[in-house]
Design a protein around this ligand. Structure first.
Ligand SMILES: Nc1ncnc2c1ncn2[C@@H]1O[C@H](COP(=O)(O)OP(=O)(O)OP(=O)(O)O)[C@@H](O)[C@H]1O
Length: 682
């Protein structure tokens, strides 16, 4: 009985992904044994068709292996931790197909369970594409669908699949190239490289080049990029069991990110009913970040919106100064200085423009948008339900100790842990240091002008004071910087007492006594230093008071980075597998392509369809769905890497088994998807 194997080689390698099969003549590397083989024998190549081979190869069971010429096999994925793992999937189990590569005389009779009768075995070339010897062989967990027989195999009787051609010429080579061993197993001819002919070459995984050494070691080297599970330093940080943290993002992190996404995606339900313009300059979808309230006492009425940039789609935070007329464009030099200031504790100013879109002369400052932010006032100075009998007569209207209001608050919950206060101090002094070093001053160091996003603290709306009350005298910046430090002292005192009253001139002494009782002397000294305005102060002088706490903060941040990086590594893998699934999904079961109703069922696509079945529709020996995510992930990874390992695919009618390498499947996938992409673009 002849074999279609030669055809398979030729036709398939010609279309191989150049990533894996660097093109030389005819797309096959010159160093490839396959190229040598093909050059020598000049095999007539019919159209690539699986059914041709299938129809010509029919093995009577049992298939006996006469001899084996390849090294030992490596098992494919063997489910180990999933409770649905069927017993028949144990490695080297007699119930699974014994690959011809196994050195034994074992019969392949029990192929795919006891239902298999006349089974056709196709090999996609055990020599492997590109001449690489694939000494490893898959023992697949797949089990026949013993209870369901589908007649959709391409070689099934009555199959009219138009794209499958029967080869007219036997492709079986008469002379084999050096180093290639040919073996007939029950009518199927397998080609093996002999052990001393495994070549060293380069293959690619994604964009990275991975040098290949020997076939047995390269198989899993191909997949070296796969997420190896969390690092031991990270797993111990997570308050989770090993298994769940290995696969899932920490719940807290997920909720936080989802919450922020939800906030960032908020849109006005009835924008036509709001009095906001549809578009302001290059921004649209304005969404107010605070209730529209008029503060008659305020010198400068302002509003804050989230908005989307029309060109980039990126969301920004717009601060609008109502009815504002710029007295002098000279302040734009300071605006430019603010725009250049980049710091993780300062909200970045992006641009400033004037607009009449709101029906007045407004000045709009565009800042980075940090969804889910709260002002320091809202987070730490909002009265709790169980306040000490005091009820705020002006809820929502209260102003902090700043220039804007005399109303102050009391009883905002328990005192903060000292570590929280130091964390805020370190972040604020870090931001303030950058501001002062840029020859700027904050000028609005106020609990409403500091935002907290998660654990991050940032100065918000920097530069507004420089525009609203522009002072052309540059020397005055020193004065403002000193004021910043006094304001910082007040803020820290208010935080420590958790009360805005505490900074009132009459209360300062008592407040400092409270700090001395409750917190460390360092914190008290820092507050006193900042509030002593008789001497010239500098933000850098605060460093000795922060002391070793700085290292604790640095350590916490780095640990957080480690954890987030690990999550990123996991998510990166998910994205990769998702893209692969998208490709498969676009191809599998496509009802029509380019007026060809059988496109997705024939040629390369047929293998992908069977692979999809193997991935998702495998069943246990007794016909139960085999649901093992590890199996799916592992197979997808092998597909993505295009490893030379073989996988057994079975037709739905259980009459045919295709043995195909992941490299070939990858090639099929890329070709089929490229066809789709090309057609979509045409
Ligand atoms: N860059 C930003 N990104 C996201 N949200 C922000 C940003 N800056 C401020 N916010 C949020 O916008 C809302 C309004 O901020 P705003 O400074 O106007 O507060 P406010 O207490 O109303 O002060 P004011 O009385 O000066 O308007 C706050 O909830 C704040 O957390």
């Amino acid at each position: 009985m002849s074999t279609f194997l030669g055809n398979f080689f030729r036709a398939d390698t010609a279309a191989m992904d150049p990533l894996f099969y660097p093109p030389t003549s005819g797309g096959i590397p010159s160093e490839s044994k396959l190229a040598t083989y093909m050059n020598r024998h000049n095999v007539v190549t019919p159209t690539y068709g699986l059914s041709s081979g299938l129809s010509r190869l029919s093995l009577d069971s049992p298939i006996s292996i006469k001899k084996a010429q390849v090294p030992s096999q490596s098992p494919e994925f063997i489910p180990s931790h999933i409770n649905s793992s069927p017993s028949c999937y144990s490695p080297y189990n007699g119930n699974v197909i014994t690959p011809p590569s196994v050195k034994s005389n074992t019969n392949i009779t029990p192929i795919l369970g006891n239902q298999a009768t006349t089974t056709t075995v196709q090999s996609a070339g055990l020599m492997g594409m590109n001449g690489i010897a694939t000494s490893s062989y898959s023992v697949t967990p797949i089990k026949g669908r013993s209870n369901s027989i589908h007649n959709d195999s391409p070689q099934s009787v009555g199959d009219t699949s138009p794209a499958i051609n029967t080869p007219q010429t036997s492709p079986t080579p008469t002379t084999l190239p050096l180093g290639v061993h040919q073996e007939n197993v029950g009518g199927t001819i397998y080609f093996y490289p002999t052990a001393n002919h495994t070549s060293s070459q380069t293959s690619s995984v994604g964009s990275e080049s991975v040098p290949q050494t020997t076939s047995s070691t390269l198989m899993y080297n191909h997949m070296g990029h796969v997420y190896p599970g969390p690092a031991s330093n990270v797993i111990n940080m997570k308050p989770k069991t090993l298994l769940s943290s290995a696969f899932f993002m920490p719940e807290e992190m997920r909720i936080e990110i989802q919450g922020r996404n939800e906030i960032a995606n908020l849109i006005m339900e009835n924008p036509e009913n709001s009095n906001l313009p549809i578009e302001v300059d290059n921004y649209h979808s304005l969404y107010p970040l605070e209730p529209e309230t008029l503060h008659p006492k305020l010198i400068q009425q302002s509003s804050t919106y989230k908005a989307t940039n029309s060109s980039t789609g990126i969301k920004y935070c717009l601060r609008r100064l109502h009815g504002f007329r710029l007295q002098s464009t000279k302040c734009m030099t300071v605006v430019e200085m603010w725009k250049k200031l980049q710091h993780s504790n300062v909200v970045q100013l992006r641009e400033v423009f004037t607009t009449k879109a709101f029906g007045d002369n407004s000045l709009v400052l565009v800042y980075d948008y940090h969804p889910g932010s709260q002002t320091l006032l809202a987070k730490y100075f909002t009265p709790t339900q169980e306040s000490n009998g005091y009820t705020d007569p002006f809820p929502g209207e209260a102003r902090p100790f700043s220039h804007k209001s005399n109303l102050q608050r009391t009883a905002n919950g328990p005192l903060l842990p000292e570590t929280t206060i130091w964390s805020i101090i370190m972040q604020l002094t870090s931001g303030l240091r950058a501001i002062h070093q840029a020859s700027l001053a904050c000028r609005a160091l106020d609990p409403t002008k500091i935002i907290v996003t998660g654990k991050r603290v940032r100065f918000s709306f920097p530069g507004i004071s420089d525009i609203v009350s522009y002072d052309p005298n540059t020397a005055v910046v020193n004065h403002y910087q000193q004021e910043d430090l006094t304001s910082l002292g007040k803020l820290v005192l208010a935080l420590a007492c958790r009360c805005l009253h505490s900074v009132h001139r009459d209360n300062v002494q008592t407040s400092i006594e409270l700090v001395s009782r409750q917190y460390s002397s360092d914190l008290r000294n820092l507050i006193i230093y900042l509030l002593t305005s008789s001497t010239r102060r500098s933000v850098t002088d605060l460093m000795p008071m922060i002391g070793a706490r700085f290292y604790t903060q640095l350590d916490a941040l780095q640990s957080q980075c480690d954890m987030q990086e690990d999550e990123l590594a996991k998510e990166m893998e998910n994205g990769r597998l998702y893209r692969l699934l998208v490709k498969l999904g676009c191809i599998n079961e496509r009802p029509d392509f380019n007026l060809d109703a059988t496109w997705s069922e024939t040629g390369d696509r047929y293998m992908l369809k069977l692979f999809r079945d193997y991935l998702f529709h495998s069943v246990t020996e007794d016909g139960r769905p085999y649901l093992d995510q590890a199996h799916i992930v592992k197979c997808l990874n092998k597909l993505d890497a295009g490893v030379m390992e073989k996988v057994q695919l079975m037709s739905r009618d259980e009459q045919s088994v295709l043995i195909v390498s992941y490299a070939e499947l990858k090639n099929c996938l890329e070709n089929a998807f490229s066809e789709l992409v090309a057609h979509a673009a045409s």
